[in-house]
Write a protein that binds this ligand. Structure first.
Ligand code: CTP
Length: 368
């Protein structure tokens, strides 16, 4: 029978204490191993080019600026200095992206990043990334890790393959504290009543990061004609907005985090097959939507976590079936964009299969 609290509290507690904790430990160990290698490579990059200063820091056992995409996929953010002379332009022309334009009256030579500014005065994410990729490639060649640390070559993103098992993307970024992008101006929805004004202030003050990474853009519907120029140059120069820190503030409540950890563990174990479109970031996004549906802390008590897990998986199936998952803060950005229909249909089936087990069998977590 489908019903409330289909997943009993004891089952949630046991799953969290055993499987989730074991996932955390496993990921932590992998992070420590790969971070040592990445830190050495970044140290060498910094020697070659002092503008790229490593910001990967071991902060009491956790790494600042490192994100876990899956147990074998990590992203390290390298924060660049001195965005200073540029204006942040978020006009919505490239979903989820913004451009950095040289401020009026400022000379190129006033920027630390002078050679990466385009003829039209934009600081090019692509040019910076290309330079950084060359530096990383040279650092790997010289390093004692070169036998088992390779640069992934089929992308302009800077990605390392370590021990043929782990992928670590290193992404150059600018931190934009204290400003809130126009594309996120609809947040918060006052009708929702969550979070409280103090947290809203904290989130908006946190701002966002601008990342230099490949962004997916819709392929042209028709072959390009000489008169219809692709906008790819502009897209290459644009910076992807990333709001992870702001999201983490919203998810700082212990049981909301616990729910997310449980869902990540379920995803890694059951929904992380080759070509899966279901990322842990999509799961995190859906937890944020679940927070808006259940705004009171008491709806996240331990006894309710089973219902919240089921609620998020129901949203996941629905998103996959509708072929759309809007970014939490930047709703114009669809996190499922570009995914082929058959991949999304298969993912919906896999998610539904997991959800069905949780809803129909109160002891399902024992074997999941
Ligand atoms: N971790 C880390 N440094 C980071 C991120 C994660 O050392 N920047 C380690 C932590 O030990 C964490 C584990 O990797 O417990 C798994 O992280 P994650 O996949 O983000 O899972 P969560 O369940 O969200 O981890 P936590 O609740 O500990 O944040």
């Amino acid at each position: 029978m489908l019903g409330q609290n289909a997943v009993a509290l004891g089952q949630i507690t046991a799953y969290y204490n055993e499987k989730v904790q074991s996932r955390k430990l496993h990921v932590r160990n992998s992070i420590h191993m790969v971070s040592k290698i990445v830190a050495e490579i970044l140290k060498d990059v910094e020697i070659q080019e002092p503008r790229f200063i490593s910001t990967l820091i071991d902060n009491n056992g956790r790494y600042d600026g490192l994100y876990v995409h899956s147990p074998n996929e990590f992203e390290v953010i390298l924060y660049l200095n001195q965005m200073g002379v540029f204006n942040f332009v978020d006009d919505g022309s490239i979903q989820g992206c913004a451009v950095l334009k040289l401020s009026d009256g400022r000379k190129r030579s006033m920027s630390l990043w002078v050679e990466f500014i385009t003829a039209s005065g934009y600081l090019s994410a692509r040019k910076i990334r290309s330079r950084f990729q060359t530096l990383v490639s040279q650092a790997i060649e010289k390093s004692p890790y070169r036998e088992y640390c390779k640069l992934v070559t089929d992308t302009s993103d800077v990605k390392l393959r370590i021990h043929d098992k782990y992928i670590v993307q290193i992404t150059c970024a600018f931190r934009c504290n204290g400003i809130w992008p126009r594309s996120a101006s609809q947040w918060p929805n006052v009708a929702v009543g969550w979070p409280n004004p103090a947290v809203i202030g904290e989130v908006k003050n946190e701002g966002f990061d601008l990342l230099s990474k490949e962004v997916y853009t819709q392929p042209p519907q028709q072959p390009q004609t000489p008169t219809k120029q692709p906008t790819s140059t502009m897209e290459g120069d644009a910076w992807a907005m990333c709001m992870t820190q702001a999201e983490n503030i919203l998810l700082s409540h212990p049981n909301r985090r616990k729910t997310l950890s449980i869902l990540k563990c379920l995803r890694d174990s059951h929904l992380d097959y080759p070509a899966s479109p279901i990322t842990n970031y999509i799961i995190k996004t859906l937890v944020l939507y679940e927070c808006e549906k259940h705004i009171s802390d008491h709806e996240w008590y331990d006894i309710c976590i089973g219902d919240r897990v089921i609620g998020v998986l129901l949203q996941l199936v629905s998103c996959l079936q509708c072929r759309k998952c809007p970014h939490y803060f930047l709703p114009q950005l669809d996190l499922l964009r570009g995914k082929p229909t058959h991949i999304l249909d298969h993912a919906a089936k896999m998610s539904w299969n997991l959800l069905r087990q949780l809803m129909l069998n109160a002891r399902a977590l024992e074997s999941l």
